[in-house]
Design a protein around this ligand. Structure first.
Ligand code: ADP
Length: 606
């Protein structure tokens, strides 16, 4: 039961489930495309970030190495200046108070030539003896108390070093101090102060912040004046860098956990000084580049996914079209099949009909032939009275001529009897001629078309109708051409047409004062034209359209069957000719028969 009920829906279900499966597939592909796009985006972002970061790092490392070297070289240069100056003879003299005139000159020249910020000399107690700073009584820095660390180291015979921290307004300085000795006794301390501003100026060319930190993590040298002298713990690198480089806008594009994450710190150690040099490189640019790479990847993914989607839709449409085409083809095939069956049936019916028609035509032709024969016999019937008269008259003449001849022979006048016998012979010959023509006419006519002599047709017709013509005392005028005309037709059938037409004309002129029937044969182009005119009553205009109809007659019962003209019409048309009736202007009727003249081919075939 269940199976039976489900069967009719199988097609619909298949179609529905196919559509559902296709929809699921599309959903799956869409999800896969989104997932693939996300993965591609993530990978692109990661890879490009790594690459650009590596590049930034390499660049920053190189920069850091260069900038650290600048600081190191500067300090290195001045490191030996103070011991060198301390050992100079002029310096010894100066401290011994021998050559006070040289005081300022020595320090000034030393400072000027070396590029040091300040060169000054102190006594062992730390008081300033002489300084390169003009107009400053105790120097810019002051005596040994200001550089206590370096002073102490120098006093102990070492190279004293001390950093003089800077502040946001002024750069830091570095002091080298060397002892001045006279023999074993310390006679003074020579200090050289180097401004680290030159380094900062060199570093200022770098776009990334660079800072040198001392052992306490205090900013000693930097290209960011605001940081100078501060401790690293007090600084917020992220915020400061953002403010400095104006990159805050870009850093917003990539979310970061905090300001510190927006830069990369690279450190180089300066072991001699116990310092470290750091550079802070903003990674915002790298992030921005990776963001652009992700945007490009997203664009690529969107385009690829769009293209894929379009291909998918096209495929779907294509397969739908194929299904539609297949269904249409099936429908068409079914229709063609049913139409073919219908056509075959129609064809069979048609064949059947053709067979029936052919049969009907055959029986019609037979009936027509019978009719023609009947009409012929009817004509003969009408002609029989005149014919019997035609025979009786010569018979009576023959009898009397024979009697006369007998009598003359009995009387021994055989010579005279000869003329009678000759006349008898003539009359018998004429009767035999009439009988022969009659016999031919009554024979059943064939159906073939052959060359026929019009002259012969006219002669035989006139012979057959001669008794009637004589009886009715009609003047028959025949206008015939000098040469015979051969037409396409049948001898007996044409004679029948002519007998019908002439009989009608003879009937029509009956009772006229000077009855006349004219018969004219002529060649007109490729036709033979025979006109039969009479001076009878003519044809009534009302009956004109019907005279060729079978059984139409205006004659009395027994006088006419109404078949003569219809048979004549049919025969002439069978010979590809035409038959027309008209009334003459001067009264009477005129029948015109046209027949095609036999061509040379037909004559040659005969
Ligand atoms: P039927 O002679 O037996 O009447 P036909 O078919 O020969 O039959 O002729 C049909 C009719 O056509 C005749 O009854 C007659 O009225 C008319 N008709 C034929 N020939 C002539 C003619 N020459 N003059 C006048 N009427 C004619």
């Amino acid at each position: 039961m269940l199976a039976k009920r489900q069967l009719p829906y199988t097609g619909a279900m298949t179609r529905g489930s196919r559509r559902r499966a296709w929809r699921n597939l599309k959903l799956g592909i869409a999800v896969a495309m989104v997932a693939a796009s996300l993965a591609i985006l993530w990978l692109t972002g990661l890879a490009s970030l790594r690459l650009t970061l590596a590049e930034v790092q390499t660049r920053a490392e190189a920069n850091l190495a260069v900038q650290a070297a600048v600081l190191e070289r500067l300090l290195d240069k001045f490191r030996l200046l103070s011991p060198l100056l301390a050992r100079g003879p002029e310096t010894g003299r100066l401290v011994s108070g021998l050559d006070i005139a040289l005081d300022r000159t020595i320090t000034s020249v030393a400072a000027g030539m070396s590029g040091a910020e300040e060169v000054w000399l102190m006594d062992p107690l730390g008081r300033v003896i002489v300084t390169s700073q003009h107009g400053v009584p105790f120097g810019a820095i002051g005596g040994g108390a200001a550089i206590s660390e370096a002073f102490e180291q120098a006093r102990q015979g070492q190279l004293g070093r001390q950093l003089i921290p800077g502040n946001p307004q002024s750069a830091a300085s570095y002091v080298f101090a060397s002892p001045l000795r006279n023999g074993e006794s310390l006679i003074g301390i020579l200090a050289v102060r180097v401004s680290l501003e030159d380094v900062e100026q060199a570093w200022a060319l770098s776009k990334d912040p660079i800072l040198a930190l001392d052992g306490d993590d205090r900013v000693v040298v930097t290209n960011v004046p605001g940081w100078r002298g501060k401790f690293v713990s007090d600084l917020d690198f992220g915020r400061d860098i953002a403010r400095l480089s104006g990159l805050s806008r870009l850093s917003l594009m990539l979310p970061s956990s905090g300001g510190a994450n927006n830069h990369m710190q690279l450190t180089a150690a300066l072991p001699v000084l116990g310092w470290t040099v750091k550079t802070l490189v903003s990674v915002d640019e790298a992030r921005q580049q990776s963001a652009w790479a992700m945007v490009a990847a997203l664009l690529g993914c969107v385009i690829a996914a769009g293209g894929l989607w379009i291909i998918l839709l096209r495929r779907e449409e294509f397969s739908r079209q194929i299904r539609r085409d297949r269904a249409a083809a099936l429908r068409l095939e079914r229709r063609v099949r049913s139409r073919t069956a219908e056509l075959r049936k129609a064809n069979e019916l048609l064949e059947e009909e053709v067979r029936e028609r052919e049969q009907a035509e055959t029986s019609l032709r037979l009936a027509q032939a019978e009719l023609v024969q009947a009409a012929k016999l009817a004509t003969l019937g009408r002609m029989s009275a005149a014919l019997s008269h035609e025979y009786n008259q010569p018979l009576a003449a023959i009898r009397s001529d024979a009697e006369v001849a007998e009598m003359l022979i009995e009387r021994g006048r055989a010579e005279e009897a000869k003329a009678n016998l000759t006349r008898i012979g003539g009359m018998v010959a004429r009767m035999a001629e009439i009988a022969k023509t009659l016999k031919g006419f009554t024979r059943k006519s064939g159906t073939d078309i052959r060359p026929v002599s019009m002259r012969k047709v006219i002669d035989e017709t006139l012979l057959l109708l001669q008794p009637q013509i004589k009886q009715s005392a009609v003047e028959v005028i025949a206008e015939l051409p000098g040469t015979d005309i051969i037409v396409k037709g049948g001898q007996i059938r044409l004679e029948q047409v002519m007998i019908n037409l002439l009989s009608n004309a003879l009937d029509a002129v009956g009772g006229r004062e000077r009855p006349q029937v004219a018969l004219m044969l002529r060649r007109e182009g490729k036709d033979a034209v025979l006109r039969i005119r009479d001076n009878g009553s003519g044809i009534d205009e009302e009956v004109m359209p019907q005279i060729f109809d079978p059984f139409f007659t205006t004659k009395d019962v027994g006088a006419g069957l109404g078949l003569g003209l219809s048979i004549a019409y049919k025969i002439v048309h069978d010979f590809s000719g035409s038959l027309q009736a008209a009334n003459r202007d001067g009264g009477g009727a005129e029948f015109t028969m046209r027949l095609p003249i036999a061509d040379k081919q037909m004559l040659a075939a005969e």
